[in-house]
Design a protein around this ligand. Sequence first.
Ligand code: UTP
Length: 227
Amino acid sequence: MKIVVTVGGSIIIKDGEPKKFKDYADVLKNINREHQVFIVVGGGRPARDYIGIARGLEASEAACDDIGIDVTRLNAKLLIMALGDNAYPAVASNFHEAVEYSVSNKIVVMGGTEPAHSTDAVGSILAEFVGADLMINATSVDGLYNKDPNKFADAKKFDEITPTEMMSILSSKENKAGTYEFFDMTAIQIIKRSNIKTLIVNGEDPKNLQKAIKGKIGTTIVPDSKL
Ligand code: UTP
């Protein structure tokens, strides 16, 4: 299978330690024995810190996004280091490069691409571009909730959700650099138009990626016609 993984910076660089990169690298190497793997790495706290400084310097929203993209690419470089010979040795900066690098059969690593969306959108465009069979979104909670489960005890997790339902949940949220929530609108629109099979799983344990390939964990985004 062709698999696109998106991992939040809030997961992979959360502790500022090499361990999470190594843990991810071990799991990705295993998956890559049987599948073609593309992984898009997020910016996390360092991206938000840099964006905060840029905003303080009165940079435009696009310029703030651009700083965020640079940070995602730095995080992507760290993952390439952890993957060693198993990764193509450069960060793909666009979708054409990602396809070109995948000819090596090595793991292809990307960060952000253009302003005004998140790395989740990059993952879904990449999944569409390469015709991925599955996209897995590794995030900081174990699925998609109707509200923040860290703040609300009565938050309800969805086992399945359609793109249209996701859009109605996200329409009330902010859309500024550094603030894109799980799956911004761009990501959902792409998933909707191409029916990309997508799972949202807890990325704290990278082994959840293997579980996602084998079965159903977290939240599955199903086509609008299915629910
Ligand atoms: P992320 O997509 O990682 O957002 O990119 P995030 O909200 O920090 O997500 P986590 O915490 O990693 O899960 C960081 C910032 O970089 C810019 C956006 O401003 C985003 O908030 N960015 C990223 C882009 O503008 N375009 C991209 O393609 C990727």
